[in-house]
Write a protein that binds this ligand. Structure first.
Ligand SMILES: Nc1ncnc2c1ncn2[C@@H]1O[C@H](COP(=O)(O)OP(=O)(O)OP(=O)(O)O)[C@@H](O)[C@H]1O
Ligand SMILES: [Mg+2]
Ligand SMILES: [Mg+2]
Length: 477
């Protein structure tokens, strides 16, 4: 019988920052340009080239550090991390080891079991490396230095995570925060957010931690979940068979659903870190910190607290609506126009997110006018269109931002609210369906639903279902 094991996970998350230019030179920071077109002597490591720190990088890092509730380091410095690899032409990476810009933070995540606090050990700034493309067919490797010198922050958590569910909730929360700040688009697939999973296992109840491995090449939440399950199992098997876990870096192969060893893990001393003599220390005073704080948008945690007080919507809705700033902005703007927050929330959570998924978009891409959604909600409430028609009209609001009032007018979609006209049609339906009439009169309430359906069919869906229902009841009583 094997002992129960607990999984212990700490994450290193690299995030590419959205800036006009790279971290230490004036080359463009652009994704997807043709290879080696955004390069210069600095980001290709030519001897004698001198790096100049991009102020925007520090400002983004400050904003993120503050949003993660970190202490800001008043004098922050850059260090050289030395290693040889073809994607790194300087043979060192300019990073921060001793005095990273932010330390001792924490964020709250929400999992099925409730809220959890995950501590942030530190966050530092660094430059990205180039990209190697391996062509196995040709037996060649190509290198693209466009990514060399793209600004990154690395956010290092404490080993506080215990499951794949928590890891994904944590990454989602980080992504939400960073996107709210406009500091990065945080796309795992495109590599603008990259998570390395450090994982160890220990018998339940054991206080000390086991030896960890570090896994790389995780490009989706699914890959992360599978890699965690696989690595947990691999380590438990090792321990159960009397072996030990080796501290190493492993590469996850999502197609084969397995990981393999890349290299045994270097310790900091192997990199021979030392202060970079070319980049002066950065002094961050209170005035600067305060200015960044003042410019910070309202973040998700604050929004959640405010929504609870201001809007009569369930906590579940509030969590989904605040996941992206786009949805939250739409919700607030539409609600302030029509004063029906729960209805607005339903349209956003159900139809909007359904269409986002169907069209292969992201919530950030949604771009219709709040006024149009508010107008649609009013049209339904006034009984001018029914629910089915409203959904159809909404698709056109979503895709083309049409004015629902004009669209309904143009396409003749208004509900038939004329009692006499409805009665006329209802009478025909009653005459044609004696069996259902008899069923209803015999006590089968369901039969009325069928008759309402038949009447709506004749009306091509444009009847007012409430009125049709009432008219049929009266006719059959
Ligand atoms: N025993 C352990 N089990 C699981 N995670 C651990 C354990 N010990 C440390 N960790 C986590 O491993 C991560 C270590 O990241 P850190 O950046 O400090 O070092 P590194 O991986 O050695 O350095 P590098 O940046 O060069 O990859 C942290 O997220 C930490 O919480
Ligand atoms: Mg690491
Ligand atoms: Mg690290």
């Amino acid at each position: 019988m094997s002992k129960a094991y607990e999984t212990v996970i700490g994450l290193e998350v690299h995030v590419e920052l959205q800036t006009k230019t790279k971290i230490f030179c004036s080359c463009k920071n652009d994704f997807g340009a043709s290879a080696n077109t955004h390069t210069c002597p600095v980001c290709t490591g030519m001897p004698g080239a001198l790096p100049v720190l991009n102020r925007q990088v520090v400002e983004h890092a400050l904003a993120i550090g503050l949003a993660l509730n970190c202490d800001i380091t008043p004098v922050t410095k850059f260090d050289r991390k030395n290693y040889f690899y073809p994607d790194n032409p300087q043979n060192y990476q300019i990073s921060q080891l001793y005095l990273p810009i932010a330390r001792n933070g924490q964020i709250q995540i929400q999992v099925d079991a409730g809220p959890r606090i995950i501590r942030i050990h530190e966050m530092h700034m660094e430059e990205d490396a180039g990209k190697l493309l391996h062509d196995e067919w040709d037996d060649t490797s190509l290198v693209d230095y466009n990514r060399s010198g793209v600004p990154l922050v690395e956010i290092v958590s404490e080993p506080d995570l215990r499951s794949a569910e928590e890891v994904i909730a944590y990454l989602n929360e980080l992504r939400t925060i960073i996107r709210y700040l406009g500091a990065s688009d945080c796309k795992l697939q495109e590599g603008s957010m990259r998570a390395d999973v450090n994982l160890s296992v220990r018998p339940v109840g054991e206080a000390s931690m086991g030896t960890r491995t570090e896994m790389k090449n995780l490009n989706s939440f699914k890959a992360i979940s599978r890699a965690i399950a696989g690595e947990r199992e691999r380590q438990i098997e090792l321990l159960e068979s009397g072996n030990t876990v080796i501290q190493e870096t492993r590469r996850w192969d999502d197609n084969k659903e397995t990981s393999y060893s890349m290299r045994s893990k270097e310790d900091a001393q192997d990199y021979r870190y030392f202060p970079d003599p070319d980049v002066p220390p950065v002094h961050i005073d209170q005035v600067w910190v305060q200015r960044i704080k003042d410019n910070q948008p309202e973040l998700r945690a604050e929004k959640l607290r405010r929504y609870k007080k201001e809007f009569d919507i369930p906590e579940y809705d509030a969590r989904i609506l605040t996941e992206t700033k786009r949805m939250a902005d739409l919700f607030e703007a539409t609600s302030s126009l029509c004063h029906k927050p729960k209805k607005v929330s339903n349209w956003l959570m159900v139809e909007t997110l359904r269409l986002v998924k169907e069209r292969g978009l992201e919530a950030e891409d949604v771009n219709f006018s709040p006024a149009h959604l508010a107008e649609l909600i009013d049209l339904v409430d006034q009984g001018l269109i029914n629910g089915t028609v409203a959904k159809e009209v909404f698709e056109h609001i979503f895709d083309e931002d049409v004015s629902p009032r004009e669209y309904v007018e143009e396409k003749g979609l208004k509900s038939v609210n004329d009692t006499a006209a409805l009665e006329e049609i209802a009478k025909e339906v009653v005459a044609k369906n004696p069996k259902s009439v008899a069923d209803y009169q015999g006590g089968k309430e369901k039969a009325l639903g069928f008759l309402v359906g038949q009447t709506m069919k004749v009306l091509k869906g444009q009847g007012n279902p409430g009125m049709v229902n009432e008219i049929l009841r009266k006719l059959l009583s």
